[in-house]
Ligand binder design. Structure first.
Ligand SMILES: Cc1cc2nc3c(=O)[nH]c(=O)nc-3n(C[C@H](O)[C@H](O)[C@H](O)COP(=O)(O)OP(=O)(O)OC[C@H]3O[C@@H](n4cnc5c(N)ncnc54)[C@H](O)[C@@H]3O)c2cc1C
Length: 312
């Protein structure tokens, strides 16, 4: 987080609490933490992902991935990007006395205050009941019995809710139907939260969206190497009646330009990332597991047969 657009984090223990560390929650947390918001993910309890026998349709794993390994990869990824991942179950979320944030209480006795909360617990919404009461739930009849569930339509289609600062990535109906969709929706929820955060900092809506991109510095041509070009671009997008004082406008603009310049990577920085990325991947999957796999007779047979069919 750049110094000039940081909020007063001392007001709350955390900027963001994410409830649930499945695909939706880890993905949302990665976006908020990468921006610099102090993010904790609590993860324990009923998991849809843990019910899958094996995952074959999650992009990036050519022959699928087992659930334990995916959980490990998601967790390490979230931590690597700056989230704290805590194995604990959220039991209740209530408003702080002044209604500016939330108090999150857990099974293990933690009480954490946060400015924003992201629900990402597909099978559990009960902990939100103190915030919105029965209005947050709907009743279904199934097998002659009545069941109550968190109403996926309580949140708007953009994940925002009538309770300022509360976002729902899951339960969110169709958005959680497949693991990869849930991960994508979690990312969108993270971006929505960041846009609101930036508005709160003073950024006009027109420049509130955050693009978490990394680019090659070769793309930074003469025109865009010049800070004045970025200033012109920023000011060209905001309305005349932005209502900011000159100093605050300059502060926010310069912080955003700093942030943009940081996204350009030199070749050696890209190489460092490639090495680190591979190392963390092997480390998480387990180097012994990778090496053992190469010694495993059935895996060798499989690799040999693949090689033979590629040659024929
Ligand atoms: C039997 C079965 C098979 C499936 N097979 C596939 C498949 O092959 N491919 C596919 O794409 N999708 C499949 N799915 C769907 C897939 O599991 C979901 O789309 C996906 O897991 C949703 O991700 P999520 O993060 O929204 O929720 P979840 O995966 O449920 O993750 C929620 C997380 O929140 C945690 N949690 C819950 N309550 C709390 C709380 N109160 N406090 C803290 N943490 C909490 C849970 O422990 C969990 O880790 C399957 C689902 C089932 C049930």
């Amino acid at each position: 987080m750049t110094a000039t657009d940081s909020r007063n984090s001392t007001e709350f223990d955390r900027d963001v609490v994410v409830v649930g560390g499945g695909p939706a929650g880890c993905s949302a947390g990665i976006f908020t933490a990468r921006y610099g918001l102090d993010t904790v993910i609590f993860d324990r309890g009923n998991s849809s992902l843990r019910r899958c026998a094996y995952l074959e349709n999650y992009l990036g794993f050519p022959a699928g991935i087992d659930i334990d390994t995916l959980y490990d990869l998601m967790g390490v990824h979230a931590e690597e990007m700056g989230c704290d991942l805590v194995s604990d179950m959220v039991e209740s979320v209530t408003r702080t006395d002044d209604e500016s944030g939330f108090v999150v209480e857990t099974q293990d006795g933690r009480a954490v205050t946060a400015r924003r909360v992201v629900a990402a617990s597909r099978y559990d919404g009960e902990y939100m009941r103190p915030l919105g009461g029965d209005e947050m739930f709907e009743t279904h009849s199934h097998g002659g019995e009545e069941h109550e569930h968190f109403d996926p339509e309580y949140a708007d289609s953009d994940s925002r809710t009538p309770i300022e600062g509360l976002y729902v990535a899951a339960p969110a109906g169709e958005m959680n139907a497949q693991a990869i969709i849930s991960a994508g929706y979690g990312a969108q929820v993270g971006r929505n939260l960041l846009a609101d955060y930036r508005c709160e900092q003073g950024y006009p809506e027109e420049v509130a969206d955050h693009w978490d991109w990394l680019r090659r510095d070769a793309e930074l041509d003469d025109e865009w190497s010049d800070r004045d070009r970025w200033r012109e671009w920023f000011e060209g997008r905001i309305p005349d009646d932005h209502g900011l004082g000159d100093d605050r406008l300059a502060e926010l603009r310069e912080a955003d330009i700093d942030r943009s310049f940081e996204t350009y990577l030199a070749p050696d920085e890209i190489e460092d990332r490639e090495r680190r990325g591979l190392a963390r991947l092997v480390e998480t999957v387990g180097p012994d597991r990778v090496l053992d796999a190469l010694d495993d007779e059935r895996i060798r047979e499989y690799l040999d047969s693949e090689e033979a069919s590629a040659e024929s």
